[in-house]
Design a protein. Structure first.
Length: 323
């Protein structure tokens, strides 16, 4: 196991230098992406139904991620006795943001989809920073032609509304839109609770489309092993995380907080277990609905960055072990 190296080069503290995700190199030429992971911002919050502000999520998550990127050779986890995020396991680039055209949801979604397609063409795994949850629809559409994918979804809300007053691409619709795609073969939706964005018909439609719906209390009763038993094996997995899946006591910076949510390790341990069981067959992630204006402490953005950094570490550690 290699040692952490601080002895040479710049110390490169979190508040120094350019504010990219994990201080990764910038790659704005989307025809020249050469990395295992490409981080893309999708700063669109035109799909919100109440409090806007998630358009500033990508910037705040990037800034928070600098806390976890001192430029050393990996991150040692004493509980796992493992070194994660080493250069030989995973390389990352920050490819900037998809262009958002204000008031034009269709053009904005087209731009997000185009950016994700370019990442996939390069062979990198997309990690997309929202934006509200509407951005998931164009992101997952970009996977057309890829292997059958099972979506693992953490959220307070089902996001399975079909249409309201002609709106089909708001932040209450993305999982319904995903379910209509041929390459999506099922979903496990966790954290769904309380007065939600969907009615009984939407829940019935989700189950008919192959969704397994688990509340926070369901997940706690089942435990990580019980949850994993409900996620089909042998598929590729895409993880979509709405920050309001977490309890607002630890993630207040979001437009639609919902009490009774997850704590940090409840989500992280499921992601780690999925990475282990699938040998790293996670083909992409998005994390959405961070609205930093509602959390002056910055804790919500730090939670988002820490969850993503650890998840990337787990996924590529397993890929490296199973080469």
């Amino acid at each position: 196991m290699s040692k952490n190296a601080y002895e040479s080069g710049r110390l490169n503290l979190p508040f120094v230098g350019h504010c990219t995700f994990a201080k990764s190199p910038i790659c704005t030429d989307w025809d020249a992406i050469n990395a295992d992971v490409a981080v893309l911002g999708a700063p669109n919050d035109m799909g919100t139904q109440w409090r806007s502000g998630a358009r500033f999520g990508p910037r705040s998550i990037r800034e928070a991620s600098t806390l976890f990127s001192f430029g050393h050779s990996g991150a040692y986890d004493h509980e796992d006795d493992a070194l994660y995020l080493t250069q030989d396991q995973v390389t990352m680039v920050d490819v900037g943001d998809a262009d958002i055209v204000h008031t034009d949801m269709a053009s904005s979604n087209d731009n997000i989809e185009f950016a994700v397609r370019k990442i996939l063409e390069s062979g990198a795994m997309p990690v997309v920073l929202g934006g509200d949850h509407s951005i998931h629809a164009p992101v997952i559409k970009a996977y057309e032609g890829h292997a059958p994918i099972h979506i693992v979804h953490f959220d307070a809300h089902l996001d399975f509304v079909d249409e309201r007053h002609g709106v089909r691409y708001g932040h209450g619709n993305p999982l319904r839109r995903a379910s209509e795609l041929d390459h999506i073969v099922g979903m496990t939706q966790m954290g769904i609770r309380n007065v939600s964005s969907s009615n009984r018909d939407d829940y019935d439609a989700a189950r008919a489309a192959g969704s397994q719906i688990l509340s926070v209390r369901d997940v706690r009763r089942l435990g990580t092993e019980g949850v994993m038993a409900k996620i089909p094996e042998g598929l590729d997995y895409y993880i979509t995380i709405d920050i309001d899946g977490f309890d607002p006591s630890i993630a207040p910076g979001t437009g639609t907080p919902s009490h009774g949510g997850f704590l940090y390790y409840e989500v992280l341990e499921i992601i780690q277990a999925l990475a282990k069981r699938s040998q790293g067959r996670v083909v992409g992630m998005d994390l959405v609905e961070v609205a930093p204006a509602y959390d002056p402490t910055g804790a919500t953005s730090i939670l988002a960055a820490q969850l993503l950094m650890n998840s990337i570490g787990f996924i590529f550690h397993e890929r490296a072990r199973n080469r």
